[in-house]
Write a protein that binds this ligand. Structure first.
Ligand code: TXA
Ligand code: MG
Length: 337
């Protein structure tokens, strides 16, 4: 175990006890989940939540997700657990699905961004669950990046962004999914997707026409998650999304025009990108949309570190997990939010 400032801990029981005590004492603890690293604080400690917002540089009206060790604690966070929430939790928890429900009185308004609802999920990561169980608290945790930066998918990403501003980083290796959870409004009779994620519309039994039809019947339209209004996932260089199979050609074109180019494309990419090859750095090669999702944020950060002018990324079909991937790609390219 290497101990630095912040304390980067391994995932043995003793370390998790120390991390859990830090949470109980109002400290900031970054920890791995199956989606991305979260920056956790005691959700009922309003002062700790306020510090969390300061450290992230997060707008006060953007609510944070409360994380639980298991379903049993849901009643401490939500004032009302709808039949829909019960059935989604039974189907998808632990897992990358956040349910928005009426907030319990004991949840500080800093957590809910001043709204009457709260987002809550049970993550599917052994370290996250062990930490949450040891802390025995609801833990408010946004992604552990500085606001506006790509979400962290390794402990090194967390320390690069937040440095000594957090007490503890629990290092659980790379996150399995690499994209944030799906956020759904679960107050009505059908789920309303507020942010795309690893649990897909197809998984939820929604297709675009079907959900619209059901929505009109049961529920007024709901605004997307407040967080989706802000520019997100943005690296410090340009991002250009291109069609499937076009990455190499467009990267070579940009390189011939004098740019240092980062390339993220479907495998195999190969080193041959024409005469401009030495000005093209391959940042990631993916076989599936899920693999692109897993590698995307790391590739954006690697591109920055390599000092590229532009990252060229091949699009994937806008279905299934591809919908969440394309949502993040468009945001990184500044086309949304
Ligand atoms: O996978 C994830 O969700 C990760 C891990 C750490 O759990 N967390 C995460 O948190 O992505 P954050 O804060 O980066 O994004 C939370 C999103 C924001 O878009 C926020 O607006 C939305 O969830 N959200 C949280 N509570 C909400 C609520 N009560 N109503 C609507 N949207 C909510
Ligand atoms: Mg975030």
């Amino acid at each position: 175990m290497s101990v630095v400032r912040p304390r980067v801990l391994a995932t043995q029981t003793a370390d998790l006890q120390l991390a859990a005590e830090t949470l109980r004492a109002g400290g900031l603890v970054a920890f791995p989940t199956e989606t991305v690293y979260g920056l956790g604080v005691h959700a009922r400690d309003a002062a700790a939540v306020e510090r969390l917002f300061r450290v992230k540089g997060r707008p006060a009206d953007n609510p944070v997700i409360v994380h639980l060790a298991d379903l049993d604690a849901l009643g401490q966070v939500a004032a009302q657990v709808t039949p829909l929430a019960r059935s989604l939790a039974a189907q998808f928890w632990p897992g990358p699905l956040t349910l928005v429900l009426p907030a319990h009185d004991e949840v500080p308004s800093a957590v809910t961004g001043g709204a009457s609802t709260v987002g809550v999920r049970v993550p599917d990561h052994p370290v996250a669950r062990a930490l949450l169980a040891a802390a025995d608290l609801p833990v408010a945790a946004p992604s552990a990046n500085r606001s506006g930066r790509p979400s962290p998918t390794t402990a090194a990403h967390v320390t690069a962004d937040l440095g000594a501003d957090v007490e503890v980083v629990v290092d659980g290796g790379a996150c399995r999914l690499g994209l944030e959870s799906t956020v759904v409004d679960a107050r009505g009779r059908v789920p309303v997707v507020l942010r795309e994620g690893a649990v897909t519309r197809e998984d939820l039994g929604l297709d675009d026409r079907g959900s619209d039809r059901l929505l009109r019947a049961s529920h007024p339209p709901t605004a997307p998650s407040p967080g989706t209004r802000y520019r997100h996932y943005a690296p410090r260089c340009a991002v250009e999304v291109v069609g499937p199979g076009q990455g190499r050609a467009i990267a070579a074109l940009r390189a011939r025009a004098g740019a240092h180019v980062g390339l993220v494309a479907a495998a195999p990419v190969g080193a041959d990108v024409g005469a401009a090859g030495d000005r093209v750095t391959v940042l990631a090669a993916f076989r599936t949309a899920g693999e692109l999702g897993q590698q995307l944020y790391g590739a954006l950060r690697r591109g920055e570190q390599a000092g590229v002018d532009v990252i060229v990324i091949e699009a994937v079909p806008d279905v299934g997990i591809g919908r969440a991937v394309m949502d993040r790609l468009r945001r990184a390219a500044g086309q949304l939010g």
